[in-house]
Design a protein around this ligand. Structure first.
Ligand code: GDP
Ligand code: ZN
Length: 461
């Protein structure tokens, strides 16, 4: 395939120590060479591949030196895009980096679209679609665990599993083919029948296992939407501040996303909490009072996790009980705060109302009990499943949708076999399953989908 040469700043915007202008395409080295001069006088077009060169970037029209740089020259196909790549490492801050980029653009390169480097890697066969999506997830990963999921996917763990399942289906289809071609052999039909059931069941089970990981995968990717509720003055803001201060708050800068509620991310032992409506907590103190019981019930129902705060130094009130009612059936952690004060609350009654949800006591003022709180947050979501780090998670919405469809078609196939439906009809369901799985790794994907996917990337990736 032939592509023009693209360029972009491939490091995050802002005052980083180093910023990289990356070029990819047939003329990448040529363009860089027009801007570069090094102490040895050697041209970049003459150097060995995968080498780094010290020198200066100057405007060829004026001779004016713009930046002192290290330039990496990477000749295709052993590169991320499989094309020639040049990376110009700058250190002078955003203004100079932009000038270097501008020079590259003035001398033959085109500004890369968001995700275009990764798109080329995909189009040139370097990575499959699920791996490309993993690059995007990596950029957005909010905790180390989320990062590991994306890395695993990028290494192709999901792809390998999907390929294996497709292989199983293909083998089965081959048998079915034989059966259709030689209908006179009864034993072939017998064998095909039991093999069909066996293989289809295997594929179905694997798909189900993958889908089961999807809830966790999605949480790791998007964060657990968390709402703090409680009567005024129980310590909601204190809890919010404590969570933010104790844990690295996660900066999100996904461009183009507008949010109607203010959110803050914190990383609690690998669980990314997306604290929803934190402005509400800060400004008006009481979600129920502010938007009414019915409305707040709806907001609460959308949350993945509720942190219900109670006051240890006061008896349970009617309002507390109403809150318990509003959140029944959800994932709740009850926090009984202000244990430094004399106790008036009936903890037995709290446990009863909590109906098995964890109850933690804290004194946010004296910074007591925060460890236990974090422990219960993380065990609520990782109990039993994490630690097995080799688990293949599915976290991507598109993958989940395709897997759900594939689960349905393979179930249709199994039902059809069961009902004694002619084998060539079973074949249709099997083929459809095979296709759906193929879409996950980018076989047979529609071109507009590809464009749309890659457009979601950050610039320069
Ligand atoms: P909110 O109205 O639920 O957001 O509660 P705040 O977090 O604003 O806290 C209300 C008051 O309780 C503030 O004066 C806090 O300093 C105080 N407070 C918070 N946590 C504790 C605690 O554990 N012990 C005591 N004694 N006071 C606390
Ligand atoms: Zn407050």
């Amino acid at each position: 395939m032939e592509f023009d040469t693209i360029a972009a700043i491939s490091t995050p915007m802002g005052e980083g120590a180093i910023a990289i202008v990356r070029l990819s395409g047939d003329d990448a080295i040529g363009i860089a060479d027009r801007l570069y001069s090094g102490p040895s006088g050697k041209k970049l077009t003459e150097v060995k591949t995968h080498t780094i060169h010290y020198g200066h970037i100057a405007d060829p029209d004026t001779g004016q030196i713009v930046e002192e740089v290290m330039v990496s020259v990477l000749k295709g196909p052993k590169t991320f895009t499989r094309e020639d790549i040049v990376e110009i490492n700058c250190h002078g801050g955003i203004v100079t980096v932009n000038r270097v980029l501008q020079l590259a653009l003035n001398h033959g390169a085109r500004l890369a679209e968001p995700g275009e480097f990764t798109k080329r890697a995909f189009l040139n066969g370097r990575i499959d679609l699920s791996q490309a999506e993993a690059v995007m997830d990596l950029i957005r990963a909010k905790t180390d665990r989320a990062m590991n999921v994306a890395l695993g996917q990028m290494e192709g763990r999901l792809s390998k599993l999907i390929q294996r399942l497709r292989q199983e289906i293909l083998e089965t289809l081959a048998h079915v083919e034989v059966n259709i071609d030689y209908p006179e052999y009864d034993d072939v039909e017998e064998m095909t029948h039991s093999m069909l059931i066996e293989k289809a069941t295997l594929v179905k089970n694997e798909i189900e296992k993958l889908l089961q990981t999807s809830q966790q995968g999605k949480i790791l990717r998007e964060g657990l939407s968390t709402v703090i509720v409680g009567r005024p003055n129980v310590g909601k803001s204190s809890l919010l501040n404590s969570l933010i201060h104790e844990n690295k708050a996660i900066v999100t800068d996904i461009p183009g996303t507008t949010r109607d509620v203010i959110e803050e991310y914190v990383n609690v032992r690998g669980v990314p909490l997306r604290l929803v409506d934190t402005a509400g907590i800060r400004e008006t103190e009481d979600i129920v009072e502010r938007i009414g019981v019915e409305k707040s019930r709806q907001v609460l129902k959308k949350a993945d996790l509720i942190l219900l705060v109670l006051n240890y130094s006061e008896a349970l009130s009617k309002e507390d009980e109403q809150l318990f009612e509003a959140i029944s059936g959800m994932d709740v952690i009850v926090i009984v705060n202000k244990t430094d004060l004399p106790g008036k609350i009936d903890l037995e009654q709290v446990r009863e109302l909590a109906k098995g949800s964890p109850v933690v006591t804290t004194s946010l003022l004296e910074e007591q009990g925060i460890d236990q709180l974090e422990e219960s947050i993380s065990s609520l979501f990782f109990e039993g499943s994490v630690g097995s780090s080799d688990l293949t998670y599915v976290s991507n919405t598109r993958h989940i949708a395709l897997l759900s469809q594939a689960k349905r078609t393979i179930e249709d196939a199994l039902d059809a076999i069961d009902a004694g439906v002619p084998i060539d009809l079973v074949q249709i369901d099997l083929t459809r399953t095979w296709e759906l799985l193929g879409e996950i790794i980018g076989d047979a994907v529609h071109e507009s989908l590809i464009d749309q996917l890659f457009a979601q990337f950050c610039l320069g990736k």
